[in-house]
Design a protein. Structure first.
Length: 274
């Protein structure tokens, strides 16, 4: 499942020089491994597919959708040749390809894959894993979100969260991500009180699980919490949330960072009323 916390970021993490350098160093190292393995063993093996999967994620984090998509295409074709069209590994690669199309703003191609996958009979005993079916539902929800069809997105988000809560528990990683996605959809629909209820649950989880998110993601979440409080006219709670956001941004990234500059703009009117 996608890391939906990234949707709450106030600025790109690539604006952070340390993060930028780490991501591009990772890409360089993975590309070296890829070329070396390709020259020795060729592409038709599981190790190469796994290596390409890491590279696909690295390009995603670098916001390089062109290379992300190119790698995703190779992974899918190689997986299909190695395992066949109906194997879980191939279907997982097909879903990843659709997500890469979506990241590259090629919604039509992504929708074609989603429609094809949704036509599968997922109830048969030998059908692909149910986790993959949930990934397809999330993919379709992401497509609706990209087109701002939030009323179509909402029931899918509720369905996914309900399934994960029932079978994985309320503190499972996938459940938390599903809750973030639902909260963000509700916020986009201007249903701020409902969105806030989900964000607060996520916030409590992040407080307990420090390694689950980055500093920028936690700051972004709290900014959205402040925004929701402001929209439901709980200005004192909004100011407290935004004060935390500003202090954390300065402490973690410094006064002149793009994130802190953005936070200061967001909070200017809020703090002017104090």
């Amino acid at each position: 499942m996608e890391n939906y916390l990234t949707r709450l970021l106030l600025t790109s993490e690539l604006d952070n020089p340390i993060y930028f350098a780490r991501i591009h160093q990772s890409i360089m190292e993975l590309e070296k491994k890829r070329v070396k393995h390709f020259n020795l063993h060729g592409p038709a093996n599981s190790y190469y597919v796994n290596l390409m999967g890491e590279l696909n994620m690295a390009y995603l984090h670098a916001n390089d959708s062109t290379n992300e998509l190119a790698v995703a295409k190779q992974i899918y074709e190689t997986s299909k040749n190695l395992y066949g069209s109906d194997d879980d590994i191939t279907i997982e690669a097909q879903i990843a390809l659709a997500n890469s199309y979506l990241d590259d703003s090629q919604n039509k191609q992504a929708q074609t894959i989603a429609t094809e996958l949704l036509k599968r009979d997922w109830s048969e005993e030998e059908s692909p894993s149910y986790d993959l079916y949930m990934d397809v539902i999330c993919l379709q929800a992401d497509l609706h979100h990209a087109q701002e069809l939030f009323t179509k997105e909402l029931p899918l988000r509720k369905h996914v969260l309900g399934i994960f809560e029932e079978f994985e528990g309320s503190t499972d990683n996938q459940t938390i991500m599903a809750r973030v996605a639902l909260g963000y959809c509700l916020e986009k629909m201007k249903r701020y009180k409902e969105a806030l209820s989900h964000y607060i649950v996520v916030r409590a989880f992040l407080d307990a699980e420090k390694d689950f998110s980055t500093d920028a993601e936690r700051i972004g979440l709290m900014a959205h919490i402040g925004h929701c409080y402001h929209k439901i006219e709980k200005d004192e709670e909004a100011r407290l949330a935004y004060r935390w956001v500003l202090n954390e941004s300065i402490a973690r990234f410094g006064h002149s960072s793009p994130l802190t500059v953005k936070v200061k703009k967001l909070t200017k009117n809020i703090f002017a009323k104090e």
